[in-house]
Design a protein around this ligand. Structure first.
Ligand code: ADP
Length: 227
């Protein structure tokens, strides 16, 4: 299996707090990895370090074998826009834009003309079960629909990796399962790896692997399960 994203010897301290302590992680193409652990254990710090948002104090982050943790801020933010997709707990959609333009936004930021960007965005409505909702604004969508729009927005750039931070944290159990099923299957079909933070064991169960973090350290090796 080809490793798409890796972190080796990742360390991050905030004062006396060790948010990451010598963490090694490898993520393969189409892999899905859930990062689990109690509040304050270092899950978000690990996700953000792998995503090039937080710079580690030591260690390396590699995307397809190339170091990204030492890139300058401009190159790093361009890389995040092109190669990564992000899904947050609360969709963070722009309230004044219809769903199709919310999805098209990352393409427009990359310079794709609006019409083309919207056409590419429209392809995501069927696979995510959102047909007919193209013109709806976020306020006219249910929580689950809004998260599916956020998933499409993360995938529209055809990223190497999708990072999701508690993507179902604001949804009821039934909707959470529907959204996580779509997120894992659509990411895999698209060829993207998924790295997700969740405190919910049921949701983590939809990922191929789980890592447990405590006090900034991994407490297991991310056992493989059949999805
Ligand atoms: P989790 O996502 O598991 O809740 P975090 O990665 O957010 O944990 O935090 C890990 C530890 O690092 C916690 O003790 C937290 O208080 C601390 N921490 C995280 N970010 C900062 C920051 N910007 N400044 C100071 N301490 C931080």
């Amino acid at each position: 299996m080809t490793t798409v994203l890796a972190g080796y010897g990742l360390t991050k301290k905030y004062g006396a707090t060790s948010a990451l302590a010598d963490v090694d992680v490898e993520v393969a193409e189409r892999d899905s990895l859930a990062i689990m652990g109690p509040s304050g254990s270092g899950k978000s710090t690990l996700l953000h370090t792998l995503a090039g948002i937080i710079r580690p104090d030591s260690g390396q982050v590699l995307l397809r074998g190339e170091r990204i943790d030492d890139l300058g801020e401009n190159r790093l933010s361009a890389l995040r826009r092109k190669r990564f997709g992000f899904v947050f707990q609360f969709g963070q959609l722009l309230p004044e834009l219809p769903a199709e333009e919310n999805i098209a936004l990352p393409l427009m930021l990359e310079g794709v003309p609006r019409r083309q960007a919207v056409q590419r965005a429209q392809r995501w409505f069927a696979p995510l079960g959102l047909e007919g909702l193209e013109q709806r604004r976020p306020g006219q969508l249910s929580g689950g629909q809004a998260q599916r729009v956020a998933i499409a927005r993360a995938l529209v750039v055809e990223p190497d990796v999708v990072f999701a931070d508690e993507p179902t944290g604001a949804l009821d159990q039934h909707t959470s399962r529907e959204v996580i099923r779509l997120l894992t299957s659509v990411a895999r079909d698209q060829g993207a790896a998924l790295v997700m933070v969740t405190h919910d064991a049921d949701i983590a169960g939809y990922c191929q692997r789980r890592l447990h973090v405590r006090d900034g350290r991994l407490t297991d090796a991310g056992q493989h399960t059949v999805a």
